[in-house]
Design a protein around this ligand. Structure first.
Ligand SMILES: Nc1ncnc2c1ncn2[C@@H]1O[C@H](COP(=O)(O)OP(=O)(O)OP(=O)(O)O)[C@@H](O)[C@H]1O
Length: 369
């Protein structure tokens, strides 16, 4: 998980709002203590038009167009580093686009929006505040009314009885529930979720997915979820968008009835389709591909070696023997070797000492083809 000063700025904004709260003021009957439940009034419409984002000379997003209807649940998937979190930070107003425009409910987005909340992979709870204190933080109005709202939000995430607990005493899943309550208590009309379940075990993750789905259905906010887990995207989203080379490469509706079961045929088909697209050769950087011909196959019970001859010299791929059985190759077959740029390292060979020993490794940003 990456932290940057913009996100801290977001948290300071929350702190600043907390400081404006009158802690000892009398309870107000004017402040509503219930969270909205009517979908029509809750969801924020999002429009992203021609949005580009560069960091220095490095383009990350290029010409993104995306319209999200009020109350829609959109999942953003894509390879690591493709710009998913960057897009989410732009929607949150934590960062500004280099080009293009973002509109929320038809109004140009400028900075932080009061109806937008973001949840990260780590809960970011203040350790010196109780669970209730963390959820109340930043709520305007008299303390008693704010606490009543916070307690209600905690009840909604199943933590009513942990209000007076310290964050350190909670499990990772419970801390994320508190973070969810802290977002919900502000009655967001757009909830941005940046891989919020990424650090949780599989079972807790599925429980949290159900909770998020239920709360989304009850409150009707618009939801945008960044996830690495395609099954999570299929379980929760109305639409799955895939970012690739800075652009939207896929926009797939998920027309499956809710609640969705992972074992169902439609679920597995869509998950397979998105995964296939995500893992496809076209999705990889073209510079990290090299053509060749299978020259030799050395079978081993577990991990076999396939040597291919390329115009740059021989390349040996270690392939599980099981995969090789599923996708057989024969000597002479034309193939494409695909490298993940992050996985390529250069090792200097000692002069005159054959293939060993290695002295230094130089990670390189991309394969030199
Ligand atoms: N503030 C920044 N300054 C410079 N580069 C940045 C900044 N934020 C992100 N980047 C770069 O932009 C690219 C996209 O980052 P981003 O975090 O949006 O990717 P991601 O798809 O969310 O990745 P992951 O799935 O690994 O979290 C990366 O190469 C990252 O290093």
């Amino acid at each position: 998980m990456r932290f940057n000063h913009h996100e801290n700025q977001y948290l300071s904004e929350v702190d600043a709002r907390a400081n404006q709260t009158a802690p000892d003021a009398a309870p107000s009957t004017a402040a509503p203590t219930t969270l909205p439940t009517t979908p029509a009034e809750a969801g924020l419409a999002v429009r992203v038009e021609g949005v580009a984002k560069r960091f220095g000379e490095r383009p990350v997003l290029a010409g993104i167009d995306l319209a999200i209807a009020p109350g829609e649940f959109v999942a953003i998937v894509g390879r690591s580093g493709c710009g998913k979190s960057t897009l989410l930070r732009l929607l949150a107003g934590l960062d500004a686009p280099s080009a293009g425009a973002i509109a929320l409910d038809g109004q140009p987005a400028r900075g932080l929006h009061p109806d937008v909340r973001i949840m990260f992979q780590d809960a970011r709870l203040l350790p010196w505040q109780t669970v209730l204190g963390n959820v109340t933080l930043g709520l305007p109005g008299p303390r008693q009314a704010a606490e009543a709202r916070a307690r209600q939000a905690l009840a909604e995430v199943g933590l009513a009885d942990r209000a007076n607990e310290w964050p350190a005493r909670l499990s990772g899943g419970q801390r994320q529930r508190v973070a969810l309550a802290r977002a919900l208590v502000h009655r967001p009309r757009l909830l941005l979720l940046d891989e919020p379940l990424g650090a949780l075990d599989a079972l807790t993750r599925i429980e949290m997915q159900r909770l998020i789905e239920r709360l989304w259905q009850e409150h009707g906010f618009t939801a945008v979820l960044v996830t690495h887990d395609v099954a999570e995207a299929v379980a929760l989203a109305d639409r799955i968008v895939l970012i690739e080379d800075g652009q939207l490469a896929l926009d797939a509706p998920v027309a499956l009835p809710r609640p969705r079961e992972r074992g169902e045929a439609g679920f597995a088909t869509l998950e397979g389709r998105v995964l296939k697209r995500l893992m496809s050769v076209e999705a990889l950087n073209a510079r990290n591909q090299i053509r060749g011909t299978v020259a030799e196959i050395r079978l081993d019970p577990v991990l076999s070696e396939v040597r291919i001859d390329t115009r740059h010299g021989p390349v040996v791929a270690a392939i599980s023997t099981r995969s090789l059985a599923e996708h057989p190759l024969e000597v002479g077959a034309p193939v494409l070797a695909v490298f993940k740029s992050n996985d390529v390292a250069l090792a200097r060979l000692e002069q005159g000492d054959g293939e060993r020993p290695l002295t230094e490794f130089f990670p390189i940003p991309s394969f030199i083809g």
